[in-house]
Write a protein that binds this ligand. Structure first.
Ligand code: ZN
Length: 394
């Protein structure tokens, strides 16, 4: 894929869907030409359009609803230098044409995707051919085993602001986007933690980029993280649902709400048009077995620390420690927890979550919880010497 042209990045300012249930055209206006690649995904039916990095400056509600064969669409950064548009299809479709039309006279350059109604059999055949081609191009990289841990005595903390890029996460009543709220919080937390020079703080993302769930887990393992903290501010129906909640991994969700939050979180890759390998498509028992008991115990200790430290200063959800099958918490060798800062579906929480003062005091409390976690962990390790530095070592 060609990199964005030197100079100004391409800007998208408008998008529209026209047509009906047999033939539908998607159009997005661009400030300049761009190379485009298109593919399809199923479960659910989607058409994915990849472009070089594009700045999307479209009205907020763009893509919430569609027309004809397209029920809705999303767009955003998918990785460094690469942007993506995901069209949700109402059923099996075929791509009749997909191209970028150069600007002419008073018309801007345009992405044009023409879809026609198809059958499931034809759709699956197209999918099979493109997946075979991908496989030949070795697009499916196997997970790389982590190398040896650096022996510098540092405690590595991976902060994982949820969502990003094409996946906005929850949207508050006043329009706050989860992906921005959690990135701002993670950046504040990083600053607080960096006051301790025993810590090395690594962020899964520093900007508005999308990362697949699997990639976040892999990242933590590759970095030999001693702790992985995923940060979210989700949405849940019921206006009284508010307050911080800490989630850890479990085969069985602690209740319906935890199950539902995990289920919607685990859909992130689908929203972003990522082809999820079948073996990771669902949260299986095997996944839970993989997570070592010790790692899970550490995660629970950490969750309790967070709740204890938040309690005096920060409003907590009534059941502040919850468990469910979150994909992002499945690293078998890295204690992992998901901190739900609050719920953007609650107007009062949204106000707090977007306030710098709240962010600051909450980051201070989480820092205390992390300090406490490592204090007890190091003490336990010293008591059960010899010390091992990494679970993956022979
Ligand atoms: Zn989230």
């Amino acid at each position: 894929m060609a990199a964005a042209h030197a100079g100004l990045p391409v800007v998208a300012r408008e998008a529209r869907v026209v047509g009906d249930g047999s033939r539908t055209r998607f159009v997005m206006d661009l400030s300049g030409p761009a190379a485009l690649s298109v593919f399809m995904l199923d479960e659910p039916y989607r058409v994915v359009v990849d472009l070089p990095e594009t700045h999307f400056e479209l009205p907020v509600d763009t893509g919430k609803s569609g027309k004809g064969l397209v029920s809705a669409f999303r767009y955003g950064l998918i990785s460094a230098g690469k942007s993506r548009i995901v069209l949700d299809a109402t059923g099996p479709v075929a791509i009749d044409k997909a191209f970028v039309l150069p600007a002419e006279k008073d018309q801007p350059a345009r992405v044009v995707v023409d879809l026609v109604k198809s059958t499931r059999t034809a759709f699956l055949e197209t999918l099979r051919v493109s997946r075979d081609r991908d496989r030949q191009n070795a697009a499916h990289k196997p997970d790389v085993a982590p190398g040896p841990a650096p022996n510098d005595g540092k405690l590595r903390i991976v902060l994982d602001p949820g969502h990003g890029g094409i996946d906005s996460g929850a949207i508050g009543k006043s329009g706050a986007l989860e992906k921005h709220v959690v990135l701002a919080f993670a950046q504040t937390l990083k600053e607080k933690l960096e006051a301790n020079d025993r810590y090395e703080i690594i962020m899964t993302r520093n900007n508005d980029t999308f990362l697949p769930l699997r990639g976040r887990v892999q990242f933590a393992r590759q970095k030999h993280a001693d702790l992985f903290v995923s940060i979210h501010a989700d949405s849940f129906s019921g206006a009284d649902v508010r307050g911080a909640t800490v989630y850890t991994l479990s085969e069985r969700a602690s209740d319906r709400m935890a199950a539902s939050i995990a289920e919607s979180e685990n859909k992130s890759d689908i929203l972003a048009g990522v082809d999820v390998p079948e073996d990771t498509n669902e949260v299986s028992d095997i996944l839970i077995d993989l997570a070592r008991r010790e790692t899970k115990n550490f995660a629970v200790v950490f969750a309790r620390n967070v709740i204890k430290e938040l309690k005096p200063d920060v409003r907590l959800f009534k059941r502040a420690h919850q468990q469910a099958g979150f994909m992002v918490l499945r690293a078998p060798d890295v204690p992992s927890a998901l901190v739900e800062l609050g719920y953007l579906s609650n107007a009062d929480d949204e106000k707090l979550l977007t306030s710098p003062e709240w962010r600051d005091k909450t980051a201070v409390a989480v820092t205390r919880a992390i300090d406490e976690f490592f204090r007890t962990r190091v003490a336990n390790m010293a008591a059960s010497a010899p010390v091992t530095t990494g679970v993956g070592e022979p």
